[in-house]
Design a protein around this ligand. Structure first.
Ligand code: PMV
Length: 348
């Protein structure tokens, strides 16, 4: 059995952007509908976990966010660790010090929970392997990490894989399920180097959190229609990803983005997370597409910032267009140029 009394584990895990949106959940963090995302490469969390055997049950002795104590996040992590102890009994007498650092600012409007909980789940799986001496094969290791990440934040379960990733049961996708995500293979070359330039129109805190938004879906009159639509959109998106149909792809992802926000507006109470600049940018992107014929489009997360999605060959034209016509709508002209990535990496 491989054991060490103390040591350090370090993982880097990227965020992801959903194209088919997870919105609404059932008991036990089970999604109301399957979702699909691609994992980013620049927007990452680097998580360092120092562990040591302790005599008592204290689990999390220190939590640093960007090198500084953060009691609010620390409490959230401590609660999560407590909740998953029955699943990871081997970690009962281990004390942890965690330092979680994002390459993107906390206030940038990029979902940091996906990358940070992805990194945490991966580190916990590495620690479990070390403590128990079990060597999971790679497939099982990532499946377990995805499962653990899901329990913290649904979208995080997709971040432990690179490329395009599906979470939620789909009969058409072998190995898919509600409890953990699976990577989608067989992607046409048109999409293998896809870009996401994130136009930051506001970095403020959201008026309604994602947890509250999911909860409001329980009473949304359109919830069952939405779940049905998501499955259909996902099937169509898989076909376009396999066959390289960029125009279908763009149409589907824009419908998904607008539906996500329509669900917010039709909740009770209804609310908006988009702001006028969001709509200005969407209008300009659609006009740019009509004028140039380039297969570009947008998606939105649960916030006002616009993810400008385009294939690699369109990059020069898109960058010029962003500089000329879109940065004026962004907060401090801020744009994060990201792209599809290979997924997380263990550093130590
Ligand atoms: O993982 P959560 O609970 O933060 O929910 C995220 C939901 C969306 O980001 C809006 C969509 C998605 O599938 O990532």
């Amino acid at each position: 059995m491989t054991t060490a009394n103390s040591g350090v584990i370090e993982w880097e895990c990227p965020s992801n952007i959903a194209l088919i949106k997870y919105w609404g959940k059932k008991e036990g963090q089970i999604p109301m509908n399957p979702s699909l995302s691609f994992t980013l490469s620049e927007s990452v969390t680097n998580l360092t976990m120092e562990y040591s055997y302790g005599r008592n049950q204290t689990f999390l002795t220190e939590f640093l966010f960007d090198g500084k104590p953060n009691p609010v996040f620390g409490r959230k992590i401590a609660d999560y660790l407590l909740a998953i102890t029955p699943i990871l009994p081997a970690l009962r007498h281990i004390n942890l010090k965690i330092n979680s650092v994002n390459t993107f600012p906390h206030s940038s409007g990029i979902a940091s929970s996906a990358s940070s909980f992805g990194a945490l789940a991966l580190a916990l799986c590495s620690l479990e392997n070390m403590v128990t001496g079990t060597e999971f094969n790679e497939v099982l290791f990532y499946k377990r990490a995805s499962y653990l990440a899901r329990l913290a934040s649904g979208s995080a379960c997709r971040s432990v894989f690179g490329g395009f990733v599906i979470w939620g049961l789909m009969d058409e996708v072998p190995g898919s399920g509600d409890e953990a995500a699976v990577p989608l293979t067989d992607i046409h070359r048109e999409f293998r180097d896809i870009r996401d330039s994130i136009l930051i129109v506001s970095s403020g805190t959201k008026a309604i959190s994602s947890s509250k938004g999911h909860e409001l879906m329980n009473r949304n009159p359109f919830a069952s229609t939405r779940a049905f639509q998501a499955v259909n959109n996902l099937k169509r998106l898989i076909t376009s990803l396999t066959n390289g149909e960029l125009n279908d792809f763009i149409e589907i992802i824009e419908t998904e983005a607008l539906t996500l926000h329509a669900m917010m507006m039709t909740s009770s109470p209804g609310y908006f997370l988009i702001i006028p600049q969001t709509l200005e940018i969407i209008g300009k992107i659609r006009k740019f597409r009509a004028d140039t014929g380039l297969p570009v489009g947008f998606t939105l997360d649960a916030g006002p910032n616009v993810h400008f999605i385009y294939p690699h060959p369109a990059e020069m034209d898109v960058r010029r267009f962003i500089e000329k016509d879109l940065t004026e709508y962004c907060e401090n002209s801020r744009v994060i140029h990201d792209k599809i990535g290979r997924g997380p990496e263990r550093k130590r």
